[in-house]
Write a protein that binds this ligand. Structure first.
Ligand SMILES: [Zn+2]
Length: 198
């Protein structure tokens, strides 16, 4: 029987995406056997993340600075904003290194089933950024799911009053595909072939 401490750690790890109770226990054992070269670095990394990560007030990216490194970078195209559902999508797109503008993270997608309404998402802040002026293009990079596309259409409608170009990722994206899981080539292709919202 494992100690209370090990049980506590295992059940905390078991809540991580992709880990179940069994693999969490295996991870705990693996870690305690490697105190110096795995457990301590993990503890230090967790503490650094807890102490230093903040949400960017402009785009809601997560970074160690606010505004985040992307928003603060003067070499970035200030005229285009790529709208994504989650921070993981922003990171996936930015790894593909094709989009040179800045981002806006919604914090989810519209969902009747989960009761997510427009006011639950970071949409008002996006409209505010566009209303402030200086924006030429909004790229809607929602996932190729029904809810993602519903969200994209809703935002496109809300942006109609502004004299800007509204595009969305080309759907060579697999249907039901989550950006986060796509390889960089596929993402880059979807971004390069982006098209006006219909
Ligand atoms: Zn930012």
């Amino acid at each position: 029987m494992a100690s209370q401490e090990i049980e506590t750690l295992a059940s905390a790890l078991a809540r991580l995406p992709g880990l179940g109770p069994r693999s969490a226990r295996r991870a705990v054992l693996w870690l305690v056997k490697r105190r110096d070269n795995a457990l301590d670095p993990l503890i230090n990394a967790l503490v650094a993340v807890r102490d230093r990560l903040v949400e960017c007030e402009t785009c809601s990216n997560v970074d160690t600075q606010n505004p985040c490194g992307i928003c603060a970078d003067p070499r970035r195209d200030q005229k285009s904003i790529c709208v994504v559902e989650d921070v993981s999508d922003l990171w996936a797109l930015d790894r593909a290194k094709l989009f040179t503008g800045r981002y806006h993270v919604l914090g989810g997608k519209l969902s009747a089933m989960d009761g997510v309404r427009p006011e639950d998402l970071n949409i008002a802040a996006l409209l505010g950024r566009v209303a402030d002026g200086g924006i030429d293009e909004i790229v809607l990079a929602m996932n190729a799911t029904l809810e993602g596309q519903t969200t994209a259409h809703y935002i496109a409608e809300r942006l109609e009053e502004f004299p800007i170009r509204i595009t969305q990722l080309a759907h060579g994206l697999p249907v039901g595909g989550e950006l986060d899981y796509l390889d960089e080539g596929t993402l880059a292709q979807a971004l390069r072939a982006r098209r006006p919202v219909d």
